[in-house]
Design a protein around this ligand. Structure first.
Ligand code: ADP
Length: 540
């Protein structure tokens, strides 16, 4: 028996119409370095219509891909809305990809038009001759004459294109399963892989972002969207904000601790999202230049493990709760969120909050052992996490990748344990676990313990070859400005905090831990530096 309900399509065209009308006065504002330039959602909707008309004029009539090579700003938001709503596919290009990867993903997705921020033209235009499908480049916030275009590529000014267009557009009805947006994962091995989100997956994910068990975004919020719009769809915040009328502050290229502190002071957002390295940097800045940030009701941290010491520092020194979340590009990206059960308080609540969180109703999860059997959710047994659900990828674009996807499940490559009530604790990425004498050492646990030392700004742990034990941990430490600490003192600090056999005997002090294109510790580069003998190591 079929239901009697309407089979209405969940489309971003409807999301755009809804946000523009119901939340006409909510504001999206871009930081310019000294102040914010803003537009209401109503204006944003009109400009999105102009952009859609302009793109039609450039030959975007079906599901062609339109790339964006942009910071988080109003123009990028217009592209986020207009491109999927008109039936085309938004392809957010990661501005920090290596040049050959940028060329690869543009060609692989067959981008026809690319919108580029003026400040990013030098980075983008150099690769343009190798981009075989790009026909038009549209320069926002900059001078189109700065692009030295190869034959066959036309260059336009974003504002001039929009100025000539009507501010309404006949948004089409779209099958909710069609492609809306795509994002390539940074690809730790091999070429980057394309994840293609549907209208339906984005819609459902946006609803989840607003729910009480996750980020609770609402029209009372002003969200500072630090996590890049070119990485994992900015954690879904722009679409969720449009759904419920949350205002947004977009930091453009001003991502260092000092300008972020200035944005906080000027705009007083209630909510923000970023990877731990951004928060860690901000914390150091705030400790040296105190400022009231209690206007933040909560900040969400994910992308890599949030160090408990950092969570405590924000809450106890600045009155800002940190909400820890786990996800991947392949999971839209929200996978789990560490909101404790409402009955939990004190230490118990903190234990829940340190975890990577609980899965919402739409995300199914299981842990799989090396022999393929399922691992129980007893809070102790460890296995590889697999997930499934309506906003979880089932394949990559043009690549079924059977190693990553099987029986309808995504293999995450993350290793961890789950409590009986569904809270995930990741102990590592499969490739980062340190295998010492037949036992596993979690690099993340060690990092958190070292970072709990007050003189430590950052710590990254990798496994290094060892004749007797196969692998032993090497800790790379960044000391806080103005502080002093040596390896002996740190080793003593760890005694009692980690099992004796896990105490690292290799330490190195560095100015900075190398970071990936999205600001995570780049352990591949750290391993290479170690292999090249480029690190100065203290041994015990
Ligand atoms: P990549 O980092 O591989 O370029 P993603 O940005 O999609 O691609 O990152 C997803 C990965 O980031 C996860 O598989 C996991 O290893 C890690 N990650 C994300 N959130 C967390 C978290 N809260 N704690 C620990 N690891 C996390």
């Amino acid at each position: 028996m079929l239901s009697t309900m309407q089979d209405d399509q969940l489309s971003l065209a409807h999301l755009l119409r809804h946000g523009t009308r119901m939340h006409a006065d909510s504001v999206a504002a871009t930081w310019t370095g000294s102040e914010a330039r803003g537009a209401t959602f109503a204006e944003t909707g009109r400009r999105a219509a102009k952009l859609a008309n302009a793109l039609r004029g450039l030959g975007i009539t079906g599901d062609e891909r339109v790339g964006t090579f942009m910071w988080n700003n109003n123009e990028h938001l217009e592209a986020y809305l207009a491109i999927p709503a008109m039936g085309a596919v938004l392809h957010t290009l990661n501005i920090r990809l290596f040049p050959e990867q940028l060329v690869y993903v543009t060609n692989h997705a067959e981008d026809k038009v690319v919108l580029v921020d003026g400040t990013l033209v030098p980075l983008f235009a150099k690769q343009l001759p190798q981009m075989t499908t790009v026909e038009h480049v549209v320069v926002a916030n900059g001078d189109p004459a700065s692009v030295d275009a190869p034959d066959g590529v036309r260059v336009h000014s974003y504002e001039e294109l929009l100025a000539a267009q009507p501010d309404t557009f006949d948004w089409p009805e779209i099958d909710e399963r069609s492609a809306a947006a795509m994002c390539y994962t940074s690809g730790t091995t091999g070429d980057p892989k394309g994840v293609v989100y549907s209208h339906r997956s984005i819609w459902l994910h946006s609803m989840q972002i607003c729910m009480s068990d996750t980020m609770r975004l609402s029209d009372a919020d002003k969200a500072l969207v630090i996590v890049p719009m070119f990485h994992a769809m900015s954690w879904g915040m722009p679409y969720a904000a449009f759904m419920v009328g949350a205002s947004m502050v977009l930091p453009d290229r001003f991502l260092q601790p000092e300008p972020i502190a200035a944005v906080l002071a000027a705009e007083k957002p209630t909510f923000a999202g970023a990877v731990p390295t951004i928060w860690q940097g901000l914390l150091q800045h705030l400790d040296a230049n105190p400022q009231d940030i209690s206007h933040l009701r909560e900040v969400v941290v994910g992308g890599s493990a949030a160090p408990p010491a950092m969570m405590h520092a924000f809450e106890e020194r600045y009155g800002v709760p940190v909400l820890h979340a786990w996800g991947m590009t392949e999971t839209s990206p929200m996978g789990s969120v560490a909101r404790p059960p409402s009955w939990a308080s004190g230490e118990t609540a903190w234990r829940y909050r340190y975890s990577q969180g609980r899965f919402p109703a739409s995300v199914k999860a299981r842990l799989i052992a090396d022999d393929g059997s399922e691992v129980p959710w007893d809070g102790e047994s460890v296995g590889e996490l697999e997930v499934a659900g309506p906003w979880i990828a089932g394949s990559y674009y043009g690549d079924a990748d059977p190693d990553k996807f099987h029986d309808g499940w995504l293999r995450t490559g993350d290793v961890g344990r789950i409590t009986p009530d569904g809270y995930l604790t990741l102990t590592d990425r499969a490739k980062d676990v340190i295998k010492s004498g037949g036992e596993w050492i979690s690099s993340v646990d060690l990092e958190n313990e070292v970072m709990a030392h007050p003189a430590v700004a950052e710590a990254a742990v990798i496994g290094v070859p060892d004749e007797k034990w196969d692998e032993r941990p090497l800790v790379a430490v960044v000391v806080r400005e103005g502080e002093r600490v040596d390896a002996g003192a740190l080793r003593e600090f760890l005694r009692g905090r980690v099992a004796k056999w896990q105490l690292p005997e290799h330490w190195t002090f560095v100015d900075e831990v190398p970071k990936t294109s999205v600001g995570k510790f780049d352990k591949k580069r750290l391993r290479a530096a170690h292999a090249d003998g480029a690190l100065d190591i203290d041994h015990f």
